[in-house]
Design a protein around this ligand. Sequence first.
Ligand code: CP
Length: 349
Amino acid sequence: METQFRTKDYIETIDLTRQELDTLIEVAFDLKRRNAMGEYQDHLLRAKTLYMIFLDNSTRTRNAFETAMTQLGGHAHFLTDSTLQIAHGETPEDTGVILSSMGHGIAIRHDLILNEGNAWMRAVAKHASCPVINLQCDVDHPTQTLADLMTAYEQFGRDLRGRKICMSWAYTKKYAKPLSVPQGVITLFTRFGMDVTLAMPPEYNLLPRCIEAARKNAEESGGKFEIVHDMDAGCENADIIYAKSWGPYDMMLERQGASPERMKALEEDMIKLNGKYKDWICDQRRMNLGSKDCIYMHCLPAERNAEVTDEVHDGPRSVVFREAENRLHTAKAILTTFLGGKPGLRTSQ
Ligand code: CP
């Protein structure tokens, strides 16, 4: 087990080696098991402080990390852009220096605009002396996909080679969701020798660098990566159907620097475009196209009867609530490993 991580920060799963990711999973299983036994774990991060900066809403991520810090004996500060001086233009570099001079970790959600969040948190990380954890950016949602990996291991065992996961776009009538979950899924699961299929309508492409990384990972791990524009074809023989919505690539790019009026018009255009693909829903017929072991995954929140039918969401093949609970156990693994562990051994990237 690799305990001397090369990076002080957890920003993209691609920054960590397979061995480092396996260590996080081992620790998560250990903490989950011990939690089930009612063991107190409040000595692990006693008196340590995590600053959590949220530039977007959250149910699971915020509560997983806040609960994790409570259980580990530390404290999490919930901060938003409007409660910090970043609303008045304080730079990410200065924010990193200041917060890390007081506390032990900084966690950030900055996911709404392509080409902004990841760069912002990397600027914080470069100047922070403590670890920086990505709670979702425009590129990756690495605390989510670690929980997804743990859930897949619970379902199928530790060898995922040859298992097929279909990461599919799904219809929404509500709002344009970030691209980070599908990007995180295709760049993580291709490292585990899986057969990864990305199913999406043509307008819903992902960041080219994530597509390239998924292809390279599949080559290196002996897995497969393919893109299809047909949800049925993606679901065929899948062991995991991970069906969720995200925004159309070109319009998501246009959000950069857009005025509030332009943002509103873009949002309306996106919802209109989504309407062309109302039949992209994960229903029982599509689940039946999968393998006999096929499970339904979703990071949540899922839009019921748009992305997924109630029957599938609440059915026996759905693991979404265990996946959500695993956010807590994986959050604790990330926090104990990055804020605890042997921090002196790590260097900045
Ligand atoms: N899956 C996820 O990140 O949920 P929240 O947006 O509620 O944190």
